[in-house]
Write a protein that binds this ligand. Structure first.
Ligand SMILES: CC(C)(COP(=O)(O)OP(=O)(O)OC[C@H]1O[C@@H](n2cnc3c(N)ncnc32)[C@H](O)[C@@H]1OP(=O)(O)O)[C@@H](O)C(=O)NCCC(=O)NCCS
Length: 194
């Protein structure tokens, strides 16, 4: 289980606190932040999501970390790892995901947190006693900011692996998804270049 915080130059990646719930509900109610999700969340849905994330930390030892700014103590959103619960050709898998309040976009915060989450995934998570061999990420095809972030992280897409999200009905505007992968081998190569 993760007890310790992960620290980057500007951010703390940590377990969730009650004081995160209001700013998280605000970003989940923002139609810009939620453009590539089926709908914004109500405060109750947002709180239920926090509960599910914390439950996953407790049971699987990782999850979407709450992001706190080291200087201002502001809550920015979340970045972290998760095991998708739906079935697709690429599951079971561990995904990396992110969601920040809009005022924190365009400043490299998501990249900074995601690099640390990848390091955590590849260096600190084991499954069945084995190190993780790969981390994936996926999003609706039109989510350019998220796709740009995947590419900045060195993740790669195989066009043949685009997929229809099974939780969305046929014809839904968000149904078509892209899949990006990052192997442990490639991550180690990138690390050695930094
Ligand atoms: C996806 C999301 C996390 C991307 O956030 P982001 O701020 O664009 O991503 P980064 O942290 O990598 O920031 C990159 C931008 O910051 C700029 N930047 C400024 N300072 C920087 C720094 N120190 N380091 C890196 N980039 C920096 C980059 O030039 C880039 O600018 P650009 O967007 O004009 O090209 C954000 O848009 C979001 O939360 N979206 C809503 C939720 C969502 O859709 N999640 C994914 C669903 S699957």
């Amino acid at each position: 289980m993760v007890d310790s915080r992960l620290i980057t130059p500007r951010l703390i990646l940590r377990r969730w606190c009650d004081r995160d719930r209001i700013p998280f509900a605000q970003l989940n109610a923002d139609v810009s932040v939620m453009e590539h999700f089926p709908a914004p969340l109500t405060p109750a849905e947002s709180n239920a999501l926090v509960d599910r994330i914390e439950q996953k930390f407790a049971t699987q030892g990782f999850g979407f970390f709450a992001l706190e700014h080291r200087d201002t103590q502001e809550f920015l959103g979340c970045v972290g790892l998760n095991q998708p619960s739906f079935e697709a050709p690429f599951t079971p898998a561990i995904e990396i995901g992110w969601r920040l309040a809009q005022r924190f976009w365009g400043q490299g915060y998501a990249s900074e947190a995601a690099r640390e989450a990848l390091r955590f995934g590849f260096e600190e998570i084991e499954r069945g006693g084995l190190e993780l061999e790969e981390i994936v990420s996926f999003t609706a095809m039109g989510n350019g900011r998220s796709i740009a972030l995947m590419q900045r992280l060195g993740m790669t897409r195989n066009l043949a692996e685009d997929f229809d999200h099974p939780a969305l009905p046929p014809g839904h505007r968000l149904q078509r998804h892209v899949l990006y992968r990052l192997s442990r081998e490639r991550w180690l190569q990138q690390k050695s270049l930094r």
